[in-house]
Ligand binder design. Sequence first.
Ligand code: ZN
Length: 198
Amino acid sequence: MAYKKNEQYDEKVSSDIAGNYKEIIDLLGEDSNREGLLKTPERLAKAMQYLTQGYQMDAAAIINAAKFHEDVSEMIVVKDIEIYSMCEHHMLPFIGKAHVAYIPNGWITGLSKIARVVDVYARRLQVQERLTVQIRDAIKNTLNPLGVAVVIEAKHLCMMMRGVQKQNSVTTTSAFDGEFHKNSTRSEFLKLISASLD
Ligand SMILES: [Zn+2]
């Protein structure tokens, strides 16, 4: 076995979270001692820690570990990065895609690092608006590019399953900096992210 995935959870934190979930399950009118639910608090505790692992991650460290000098001044676009985040108001998921672009100013980073930076901020309790800005600022502050653009499109389970019960509404947020404040640059980016390869 060459590859071994290692997930680590703090035992004390996990058991405290699990204990609280056990109580919540009973408060909801279920029986937490029912066979099917016996291990649910423990699983849920781990799932929630997994879904909020961004708190333990550092976006600047990720980019700085893979920062390369390169004389490229063309727009670099990474589109359709999957987003799995949790709305901080209801702790229900919001799911969608992020499109990120930057125009280097002597420095580039690995393409996968852009996707990891998205995860650093998505794997937390979030609002889509702040998530968009945090991704932009992380790239801006580490690569000092001529411009950065981030667009996120997402569906919010809190809107679909409860409240207004709108199944098909998609929320779009954007954050631009530098060159992307120019109409022509921003239009090029928006054209690239809406184009399909087939
Ligand atoms: Zn919500």
